[in-house]
Design a protein around this ligand. Structure first.
Ligand SMILES: Nc1ncnc2c1ncn2[C@@H]1O[C@H](COP(=O)(O)OP(=O)(O)OP(=O)(O)O)[C@@H](O)[C@H]1O
Ligand SMILES: [Mg+2]
Length: 248
């Protein structure tokens, strides 16, 4: 697979707005679940910043809160306390509708459990993020065709997710997250179900998108994948227990 060797065909009429300040600023984010057994704290006093253009890996044991944190950063969860600014916008003070709009415009999310839409084909799943953008149908079709080609999935375009293997569903999930060239890619174990060479290609794709300006935050259990990023944030039992790397 050779990803994005041609210039992206997404229309870019307006030049991208330069970002001043952090892309993400978190202040004392906490998340609690009320269970029959009592209160479970899943995230504790999470604070920090992520600058535009960073490539950050989040690591930590199972249950540490990694997916929970990523869902908050992706504006998919609103049941938490603290402050979260996205490009200076106070997400903690936004309505559901405003969060959804911000998410659709700027964020591509790769889910741990893929979350493809069951009754849409591969090609239709890939079209969804483009449909949120101001892109003409003919152009969208061209971008979907190009992406299917780059991910080696042309032969699968009319199949439904249940007709794909786990690894193939994961590839569609990654393709869907990157297809509209979002400002931020959030990826939850994006290569967990892939063959090692496919996994490496996804990491190379992320590295390339990052070198072109996309900010990337990935959750990974793999030391090898983590090395593609600039720094590592370590989570354990909901706390940030360590941060390695040049920034932050
Ligand atoms: N709906 C819920 N009710 C109660 N506890 C929950 C709920 N959802 C998640 N949790 C708890 O939150 C904690 C963090 O879960 P999370 O999915 O963020 O972990 P993770 O770090 O992504 O782990 P993994 O590496 O296994 O994916 C876990 O202990 C989990 O049991
Ligand atoms: Mg997880």
């Amino acid at each position: 697979m050779a990803f994005f060797t041609k210039p992206a065909t997404v229309s870019r009429d307006a030049p991208p707005t330069p970002i001043v300040g952090p892309l993400i600023a978190m202040r004392n984010i906490e998340k609690v679940f009320e269970t029959p057994a009592g209160r479970t704290y899943v995230l504790r006093r999470i604070s920090g910043e992520i600058q535009p253009g960073e490539f950050v890996s989040i690591m930590g044991p199972s249950g540490a809160g990694k997916s929970t944190l990523l869902a908050i950063l992706g504006m998919l969860d609103s049941a938490w306390t603290g402050e979260f600014f996205f490009v200076g916008h106070p997400v903690h003070a936004m309505s559901h509708k405003q969060r959804v709009a911000l998410n659709k415009e700027h964020i591509g999310f790769v889910f741990q459990q893929y979350h493809l839409i069951d009754d849409l084909t591969v090609a239709e799943n890939l079209d969804i993020p483009l449909s949120y953008r101001n892109v003409k149908r003919s152009e969208r079709e061209a971008i979907v065709a190009d992406t299917l080609d780059k991910f080696g999935m042309v032969g699968k375009k009319d199949l439904y997710p249940r007709q794909l293997s786990g690894g193939q569903q994961q590839l569609v999930g990654v393709a869907r997250a990157v297809i509209a060239r979002p400002k931020l890619i959030l990826a939850d174990e994006p290569t967990g179900n892939l063959h090692s060479s496919q996994g490496r290609e996804i990491m190379e794709l992320f590295k390339k998108l990052n070198s072109e300006g996309t900010t990337i935050i990935q959750v990974t259990h793999s030391e090898e994948n983590a090395k593609f990023g600039h720094r590592i944030i370590e989570l354990k039992d909901g706390w940030i227990t360590g941060s390695e790397g040049p920034v932050g």
